[in-house]
Ligand binder design. Sequence first.
Ligand code: DGL
Length: 284
Amino acid sequence: MRVGEALVTKGNKTMDNRPIGFFDSGLGGLTCIPNLFSELPEERVIYFGDTARTPYGSKAVSTIRHYAAQIADFLASQGVKMMVIACNTITATCLEELRLRFPKTPIIGIIKPAAVKTASICDESNNIGIIATKVTIASDDYNMMIKEQDPHLNVYSKATPAFVPLIEEGIIDNEIMNLTIRYYLDDFIRDNRIDTLVLGCTHYPLIRKNIQAIYPQLRIVNPSYEIISPIRDILTEQDMLAKENDRENIFYASDLSENFVNMIQKVLETEKSDLILKFKNLDL
Ligand code: DGL
């Protein structure tokens, strides 16, 4: 197993250069990666995007569980030191099950850190909007977790399922996307007087600029950023931080399309960085 090769002891401090496994139904989870590299630059990543079977957000929970177990099995076979579920839909449906499947591997879901952050910046005078896939909204996880922090907070939820297929197609910087945003959000924001909007799907940071331009008054919470702090906390607590990595990162997709590779390069702004990226097609 690669675990043994990657664990090195320096003095009495252990460093763990194994990669962190990130996964999502498609390219949305990529929005977590630049935040990871800027906050924890020594870490490296194995990413899996299930681009052949995306979107997950309107599928049956049993199907999502089956797919998520396959992906997690694959990441475990690659010797990752931690798994990050960079997908709200999978977090809402599979987090506990995956933790039972891999009891020795830390597994982080994306919803709780964002819910805690949202509650910490809001009070009863605010109106919080959650936008996400149908499955994430049906789980009610954001609402419950925000109210666990403070039961007096006002939370409104809205499923916005057409965003993911458009983003996966690269339809972002244009009028079709802007019309779709207005179609879903105009009434929702006006009728509920939403002032704080949680992007409850990891694809949505890719349309954050569009949303902010249409509703400049909104305060936006980005779960793809909020997930970095628990990653750091767990790696630090468990003495698993990486040091002196070779910066090699591998991005797997179940359908390695040109759009996926372009999006990785766009999201990571690779021209400006010294990252080594490898892309692979993988049939699970
Ligand atoms: N990025 C996934 C999420 O955060 C998208 C879900 C989908 O595939 O519909 O929920």
